[in-house]
Design a protein around this ligand. Structure first.
Ligand code: ADP
Ligand code: MG
Length: 210
């Protein structure tokens, strides 16, 4: 993404996310079977497949329009707890980038921070609750520290932090969502939503590098 992060490159990055979710959906569902109802991978895969179908129908969108389309599609197709949460994340990101034709590293960092704000506004989770927030908080912090570098470096930093955070969710007892019904028995397993956040950020970082 040497020429900046324009609409077509954001669309390509979202397609890369859809491909990564498709590749990881069995694992995401396996994780959700341990501490939830075993549908997280299917939910996310259904949502991102629907996103790709809509991207195909309109190739001329701005970055913000693409993020908004992702938000609306995830809200209407993913279901579960994660659909509205990821939907809100992408919607806040879309609002933050506005109608800019190109996103620089600062805009990407601001979009990530807005996404975290959306997830927390919607789901009221705090770090340590064993949720998406446990991956997004360190990702946003790492992106902030990498500010001033390229879009690819900002996303790389965020993705690496989210990936590291997945392991930190293993010993946690879930305090939000279905996994919280298990109480102490939710400890000993990685959180599915934190894991899908790491998958999404890794795919975005790889796409930004390409
Ligand atoms: P459901 O739990 O309704 O079946 P999914 O399986 O698609 O939905 O998603 C489960 C994931 O959603 C969990 O692993 C967790 O990361 C995330 N999650 C649940 N509740 C919250 C919340 N309040 N805030 C942030 N993330 C949450
Ligand atoms: Mg589930």
């Amino acid at each position: 993404m040497t020429g900046g992060c324009d609409g077509p490159s954001v669309a390509a990055a979202i397609r890369a996310v859809a491909a990564a979710i498709a590749e990881q959906h069995v694992e995401l569902t396996r994780l959700d079977r341990e501490i939830g109802d075993g549908d997280h991978g299917e939910n996310m895969n259904r949502g991102f497949k629907a996103v790709v179908a809509k991207l195909d129908a309109d190739p001329g969108m701005t970055p913000g329009a693409i993020l908004k389309l992702v938000a609306m599609t995830l809200m209407s197709t993913v279901g579960g707890a994660s659909g509205p949460l990821y939907g809100t994340a992408f919607l806040r990101a879309a609002t933050t980038v506005g109608d800019a034709g190109q996103l620089d590293a600062g805009a990407v960092g601001a979009a990530l921070a807005a996404a975290l704000g959306g997830v927390q506004a919607r789901g009221k989770a705090v770090p340590g609750d064993k949720t998406i927030v446990d991956a997004l908080v360190p990702a946003v912090e790492a992106a902030e520290s990498a500010r001033g570098n390229s879009v690819a470096e900002v996303l790389q930093a965020a993705a690496a932090a989210a990936q590291d955070a997945v392991a930190t969710t293993i010993p946690l007892v879930a305090r939000k969502g279905r996994a919280s019904y298990l109480g102490e028995r939710s400890a000993g397993h990685a959180d599915p939503g934190a894991t899908s956040t790491a998958v999404i950020l890794r795919a975005l970082a790889e796409a930004a590098k390409a």
